[in-house]
Design a protein around this ligand. Sequence first.
Ligand code: HEC
Ligand code: HEC
Ligand code: HEC
Length: 476
Amino acid sequence: MFISSTSTHKFLSYVRMGLSGLLLILCSGTPLWAADEQQAETMINNVCSTCHKITGEGESRFNLKAPELMWAGSKFQKDWMIGWLTGTEPLLYAKSYRWDQSQQPVPHMTVSHQEAEALAGYIETHLQDPRVKSNAIDMSTFSKQEAKFGEEIFTQHSYIGCHQIMVNGKKTGGPQSASFLNSGKRLKADWIYRFNSNPPDFVPHSGEFVGDVSALGLRYVTGFIATRGAKDFPYYEPWKSSAFDHPSVEHGAQIYKEYCSQCHGAEGKGDGPAASGLNPKPAVHANIPFEKLPMEYLYNVIYYGGKSVGKSPLMPYWGLTIGGKQGVADVIAYLKATFKGGENAVKVAGGTGPSGVCPQPRKTKRAPGKFRNMQNPLPQNAQNVKAGATLFQETAKPLACMNCHGIQGDGQGPMGAALSPAPRNFTCGETMKKLLDGQLFWIIKNGSPGTGMMAFSGMPDNQIWQLIQYIRSLAK
Ligand code: HEC
Ligand code: HEC
Ligand code: HEC
């Protein structure tokens, strides 16, 4: 349409020819662009504004034909907008924006690629909202663990009542508001942050919900939304940051004395004054060869607490207390320098005996009937056993099973001796043959509260069933 001015065509073909000298024209704000801009402006005023509000204040959805665009430059990523306007992006409202009038998705008008670029460029520069500050949220330090917390907030604070996301590979959530399946491609993080802090500032009387979320929670849920569908988002890994380059063992020892010894004991024997009242018991650090544990796990369990890795909330989250990343780096350096596990393993208080014994004493709770009766739906074959082995030995998150249950599955992993009760010995046929598949499934999904067995709640069901096939293959 409007881009068909010959001068613009000429310009585009120069770019295609890759003549870098001519690109200077682009940088110096050429009359060609000014023409594009003007045409974009005209189109927005004459066409887009017949449905979209492009100036003034936010208004109730029930008085509008389409979402407001006066802040579209602050809100949308340019590439997404080009895709949207050329019709290559999925529709946003499964039940239409005005679901009170129609429950069918309504296709959007489309324009040519060149027109879309000009429109998106114009919107990006001219339709800005001063309330949205750039770099309000620092996404360069956003970690996977934070995204996980964001998902919990998203689900628990009812955001999921209105916006669809992927949960366990399935579209989940109420589809009456904009889809978040690809929100990380569509929305700018700074916009999400400002919008979330008070949605009615932008969309009053439109069904928007105001959640009771802390400042940190706002960061988590914003980052979660800002990474949905974003391809290869480079999650931050704090244990690879400079705080870990030269940690201080001495400072770590001080932290251990002041904060950790009350539960884990002055010498890491799990016998601090609080231990008698705790269930599960604090881990016996003296029995853990800390060098062998993955940094991601150590960082998360100390910075974000037991609950963050599917363990007991009795293990507090220390990040806010002991000086953030640096404090955590220092105390981990102390743990690694001090506790090597192995030979001098301390007898675990109230323990159920060494982890390798068979038959193994077992007090694990019985799964509810609905779980107990479950059957492994996967065909029994080498492929599934192999997939289970990889999860068990290497990839299961928050921590590979091997770290507690042992490489052989005999319960004697690096952390096996630190836990009371001991991890299950899967090689012990006598104990294992009494356990139904559904029982194993339930414990893996939910953990065994009051023991070191963590919940693998984020693991897809089929992976749990693969693990069970592998575990079964170990029994003698
Ligand atoms: C006939 C009415 C109509 C016209 C004309 C129209 N739009 Fe839309 N637009 C909508 C509706 C309705 C939606 C809601 C999306 C949906 O239903 O999936 C929408 C959504 C959008 C969105 C996403 C908004 C959001 O908050 O998620 C953008 C961006 C957009 N339109 C830009 C434009 C531009 C730019 C033009 C002009 C080239 C334009 N639209 C013309 C009706 C229209
Ligand atoms: C209030 C008591 C308490 C304090 C204080 C405490 N912990 Fe813990 N910690 C626990 C408990 C209980 C567990 C076991 C959690 C479980 O198994 O579910 C645990 C587990 C751990 C683990 C994980 C071992 C495993 O089983 O995976 C590490 C590492 C750890 N604590 C480090 C620390 C550090 C470092 C400090 C001090 C900064 C500290 N803890 C302070 C109670 C405490
Ligand atoms: C941090 C240590 C730890 C990790 C990691 C761990 N477990 Fe465990 N696991 C335990 C402990 C301790 C028990 C014993 C619990 C009890 O006595 O109730 C246990 C028990 C079990 C049981 C026995 C259930 C029953 O009813 O007897 C199964 C099955 C199991 N774990 C599977 C797994 C799988 C699969 C993984 C990896 C995806 C895993 N565990 C990772 C510590 C761990």
